[in-house]
Design a protein. Sequence first.
Length: 195
Amino acid sequence: MRKSEIIRKTNETDIKLTLNVDGKGESKIDTGCGFLDHMLTLLAKHGKFDLFVKCVGDVDVDFHHTTEDVGICLGLALKEALDDKKGINRYGSCILPMDESLVLTALDLSGRSFFVKDLDIKASKVGDFDTELVEEFWQAFSSNAGCTLHIKQISGTNAHHVIEAIFKSVARSLRTAVAIDENFKSEIPSSKGVL
């Protein structure tokens, strides 16, 4: 099984994260931020990843460092778990509806980090979570996973729905990208021979 564990401690956060790419969608998440916990639970469920996160962060300041640093750790964990990426599909995409919201994500586990977003989240907060942190999370993830990631909001007025659609759509895209293509399971999916 493709598994990894990341332990990262800074003056702002203390994180332990374990990831099993070949999981069942089980999760236990405790970041100190209820909304982020909810989104990571959805990510695990829809990606069929087993994900366990414990983060003690400076949430008395706000959720910025916690959100960004968990994104860093998740990206590092995915990169480590996939190792040389032999046999993976590499690409994944998903158009996902969540009530009035519609989000498209597309990604390439290329080893090159690039993040493109086209979002128009109307509210500045969902509960006590700053919605601008969604961008921070996925930027951190993309940079540390070595992943090209595009997220496009096609429609949506409810901030909770839009963000939930983003996390579910990325999860589904990742699920496709990390899956092993049985016909080419001993090959690196690149003409360069390395990802």
